[in-house]
Design a protein around this ligand. Structure first.
Ligand code: NAD
Length: 296
């Protein structure tokens, strides 16, 4: 049995922490939003009063917060995990944040002789509940091996992608492919609808060919059935694409498709669609084309 600290018990962190408890480990939990930890306490976890208290009572600390500023505050900020951690402990940040921020957190951990790896996930709430997340890891191989028993509980795959930050680079690559795919699918279904072809039929006809993808299987029906209940929120995808563009700027490369996606997501958030599923990129296409996509 391992003593696992868990910081950030939101949509993703809550089921992940519960799966770790159900696998027989001890979980010490903290969230700045106190009611967030209640289901974890009901499942057998223990409450802590701060990130530092979590770290002083556990061997591995997992953080699952929204973005870089929250991850930095939870780990390296005042009252953060590093204040309670002992040399040799391990902190695993599973939030999706900018790779440069992961590296900064990694340096702060190294100064305190605490191990650090970044390990963002793909799969969303359903896979967090079923323990089937795909995990992309950055850091030293021995630290990856130490964290692997936890990854095997919360995920169905975990891949070491490189040094600290490489997990989040991989996650950004994932988010570019997914976002561009959704945007392309939305334009394809608007074209088909305007031309008088049922969008459901189009998806059925092409999903077995080269255009077929997990994105098409999951988001195509959401579009033509007009169900935009999140899933993965537009505002979170905007955050990831902002991080992708920030990283591209740091690296000095231009990414026009990603840059356009950033504009599309920003426009949708400004118009109040931020809490909808990212299949709601369709709204942007519909407002541009004047076409409403629905199966018939
Ligand atoms: P969420 O907003 O539901 O949960 C984040 C939690 O962290 C909140 O409860 C918040 O109170 C807590 N928190 C923030 N700062 C804290 C601090 N300093 N100390 C303690 N607790 C703190 O977000 P989520 O949907 O669970 O997403 C978490 C991360 O996982 C994000 O980076 C997101 O991009 C990523 N992700 C989400 C999904 C998804 O479908 N929701 C899928 C893949 C990856």
């Amino acid at each position: 049995m391992t003593k696992v600290g868990f910081i950030g018990l939101g949509i993703m962190g809550r089921p992940m922490a519960i799966n770790i408890i159900n696998a027989g480990h001890e979980v010490i939990a903290f969230d700045v939003f106190p009611t967030a930890i209640e289901p974890v306490i009901e499942a057998g976890g223990t409450a802590a009063a701060s990130c530092a208290e979590v770290a002083s009572n556990s061997e591995i600390v997992i953080t699952m917060v929204q973005d870089g500023p929250q991850a930095e505050a939870a780990i390296a900020g005042e009252g953060g995990a590093l204040e309670g951690a002992s040399p040799g402990d391990l902190i695993v940040d599973m939030s999706s944040i900018a790779p440069g921020v992961s590296q900064r957190i990694g340096e702060a951990c190294e100064k305190a002789s605490v191990g650090f790896i970044d390990a963002p996930v793909s799969g969303g709430e359903p896979f967090a509940i079923s323990g089937d997340l795909a995990i992309m890891v950055g850091g030293k191989a021995d630290l990856f091996e130490r964290a692997k028993p936890m990854f095997d509980i919360v995920g169905k795959s975990s891949v070491l992608c490189g040094e600290v930050g490489a997990g989040n680079v991989t996650k950004l690559a994932n988010q570019i492919v997914v976002g561009a795919n959704i945007h392309g699918l939305a334009e394809a279904l608007a074209l088909a609808t305007k031309a008088g072809v049922n969008p459901e039929t189009v998806v059925d006809a092409i999903k077995g060919g080269l255009a077929g993808s997990n994105v098409m299987n999951a988001k195509g029906p959401m579009m033509y059935e007009r169900n935009f209940t999140a899933g993965f929120r537009i505002e979170l995808h905007q955050k990831d694409i902002n991080n992708a563009m920030e990283t591209a700027r740091e690296l000095g490369i231009s990414l026009p498709v990603t840059s356009n996606l950033q504009q599309v997501l920003t426009s949708l958030v400004e118009k109040g669609y931020g809490k909808e599923d990212h299949s709601g990129i369709l709204h942007y296409v519909e407002e541009n084309t004047g076409v409403e996509v629905e199966k018939f």
